[in-house]
Ligand binder design. Structure first.
Ligand SMILES: [Fe+2]
Ligand SMILES: [Fe+2]
Length: 299
């Protein structure tokens, strides 16, 4: 292992300082988090959910757009949040809230740096791709919560967003070099910190459940050696399959972001995902990805 140099220690200290500075890293939408929490509680009713959605204009607009989209095939226009909530249903609303919260993190890069904007766009599409695969895979599993799986998957590389904002030029070099070497190894060597560690610290500061924090922290590690191995293995599998199926990889002819570890496996025994499950999930994941692009307005 390469020894961490003084400059790397400085970079690491800078990142940690940034994470502890209020406002330096965009917070995860509290209204979306409250909505997800309320949707999980069986005792919450439609009025509770409508109230939470209406408290955030962005969520209200997103829910109306989703209810009026071809996904739900309504011939007449849905013009109230209440109608939208009834039509969309709890599960899809939770996914909408998680996607909305993640998309907010990628919005409005104040620097106007085109390099960062491009890297962010690529990362956002990869996040959606991973979320779509996780959603497809989790249908075959009983030990992993659907909403936690989806949120973990779309946030799994969020640490990269923080690292690229800290030093766009260095991070762009790392991304380019990662076609031949795992990106987390390059981050460790050149920055003294990895995107998994940064992502875990962010998700911890947002108050996300431990299972999600650990899924983000260990998505490049052996799931058998960590806590919550099922969700860790699921996010790791979704990450690898998203790359393998080119879901969210918009750069043709390039190996995407060096985020895949070793040889691609044809099954994931830790979570009981067989090669047959993978085969069945492929078309479903592509369908979910296309739907996500539509609902995010990036299709
Ligand atoms: Fe990663
Ligand atoms: Fe990834």
């Amino acid at each position: 292992m390469t020894l961490t140099s003084t400059s790397n220690l400085n970079f690491r200290a800078e990142v940690l300082k940034r994470l502890n500075t209020p406002g330096a890293v965009r917070p995860l939408s509290q209204s979306a988090l409250k909505l997800m929490e309320s949707l999980r509680m069986p005792e919450s009713n439609v009025l509770d959910i409508v109230g939470l959605i209406e408290s955030d204009p962005g969520l209200a607009v997103r829910s109306m757009a989703l209810a009026n989209s071809p996904l739900y095939g309504h011939s007449r226009e849905i013009n109230s949040v209440r109608q939208a909530v009834v039509i969309i249903g709890r599960s899809a609303l939770a996914q909408m809230a998680a996607t909305y919260a993640t998309q907010q993190l990628f919005c409005d890069d104040a620097s106007g740096n085109t390099m960062i904007m491009q890297l962010q766009a690529e990362l956002f599409h990869h996040s959606l791709g991973c979320g779509a695969v996780a959603r497809a895979l989790v249908e075959h599993l009983s030990d992993v919560d659907d909403d936690e799986a989806y949120l973990s998957a779309i946030l799994h590389d969020i640490g990269k967003l923080v690292l690229m904002q800290c030093d766009p030029a260095v991070y762009e070099c790392i991304v380019h070099q990662s076609s031949t070497e795992p990106i987390w190894r390059l981050e460790h060597e050149r920055l003294g910190i990895t995107h998994q560690e940064v992502g875990a610290l962010c998700s911890q500061s947002w108050g996300l459940p431990e299972s999600i924090v650990l899924a983000i922290k260990h998505h490049h590690d052996n799931p058998n050696e960590v806590q919550h191995p099922e969700i860790v293995a699921l996010v790791s599998a979704a990450n690898q399959l998203a790359h393998h199926w080119n879901l969210g990889d918009h750069r043709t002819g390039q190996k995407p972001e060096g985020d895949v570890d070793g040889t691609f496996p044809d099954e994931f025994p830790v979570i009981g995902i067989s090669s047959e499950h993978i085969r069945l999930s492929r078309a479903v994941a592509h369908q979910y990805y296309d739907e996500l692009l539509q609902t995010c307005g990036t299709g």
